[in-house]
Design a protein around this ligand. Sequence first.
Ligand code: KG4
Ligand code: ZN
Length: 350
Amino acid sequence: MHSTRTEPVTLLAIESSCDETSCAISRDGVILANIIAGQAVHEQYGGVVPELASRAHMQNIVPVVDAALKKAGVALSELSGIAFTQSPGLIGSLLVGSQFAKSLAQALEIPLIAVHHMQAHVLANLIGPAAGTPNLQQPTTPSFPFLCLTVSGGHTQIVLCHSPLKMEVIGETLDDAAGEAFDKSAKLLGLPYPGGPLIDKYAREGDPARFAFPEPQIPGLNFSFSGLKTAILYFLQDQTAKDPGFVTANLPDICASVQGRIVSILLNKYRRAARETGVTDLCVAGGVSANSGLRKAFQEMGRKEGWNTFIPAFEYCTDNAAMIAITGHYKFLAGEFAPLSASASARAEW
Ligand code: KG4
Ligand code: ZN
C-alpha cells in the first residue's frame, strides 16, 4: 500500500466487454462521472452481434471518454492512471477498450490497470449511493468478509470476498447464466432482446403462483438454468397447441411465474451459502440485480434471516465503467499495474 501518498488518485476507466461503451472518472474512489452508451443495433437480431458491437465501440469510445472528462471537470493532465476491462467478454469489444486504454496510458506516461469484469461487478457494491442520494442512517456499503451473488448475462456466481482484491468463487452456474435464462425465456415468449427487463415489467402485473416451473436439484452451491428453459419451451408448445392466443392472453402471469422461479433458484442457493459460511453482509451485483422481483425477495430474505443486504445503485448494476474505476482504485493503491503489452482476453478465469 502507498500509505504515504498525498496527491489524489484520479483514474479514467473504460468498460467495453459487451454492448455498452462506458467511461468513468474517479477521484480517491469517489465516482465523478459515469457515462454509458448503449447499442440499439442488436435489438433486431435477438442478441448481441459481436462484429457490430466492436464497430459501435469504435464509434462511441472517443465521444464517451470526452463526455466523462467534461462531466467530471477533469483534465487529462490530472489523471494518475488508466483502468480498463481486460476480461472476460467479446474479444473484439474488449480489444477496442484495451487498445484505447493502452494508447492513452502510453501517451500520458501513467500506469495502466487491468481489471476483471466480474470482480468489478462485485466491487460495484463499494461505490456507495449514487451522487445526490441523501445521507442514510444505515451503512450503505458492506463490511468484509461479504458475499456477493453476481448475476449477469454471461455469469452467475456466488463470491466470498475477504478484501477488495481477494475473492473466491464458491458457487456458479453449470450451464446458462441467470440473465440468459431471462433472455431465452423472453425469446420463447416472442419478446425482443434483451428480454430480462421486459419480463420484469410484465411480471409486475402477473401472478407468480399461476404456473409452476420446476426447480433443478443441483448439489452444493452451483446453479443450473438449462432445464428451466426446456420446461418453458415444452409448456408453451403444449399450451399454444390448445390455444394459439395463450401467450398473449397470459403474458403477465407467465412472466411472473418464470421470474419467480429464476429468483427462487438464485435465492435458495444464496441462503444456503450464507448459512454455510456464516457471513452476514450479502450483496447482489450484475445486470440481473436490476430485476425488481429479485431485489424485493433478496431484501425480504435479509430481513427474515437478520442479514444486511446491499444492492448497487441502478446505474452500477448493469455494465458500467464506474465499477472498473473502483476496482482500478484498489489495484492502484496496491501497486497492481499492467504492462503495456497486457492483452485483452475473452476467458473468464480470475
Ligand atoms: O451485467 P450485464 O449488464 O451484462 C453482462 O455482463 O452480461 O447484464 C445483462 C443481463 C441481460 O441478460 C439482461 O436481460 C439482464 O441483465 N437484465 C435483467 C434486468 N435488467 C437487465 N434481467 C431481469 N430483469 C431486469 N430488470
Ligand atoms: Zn457485466
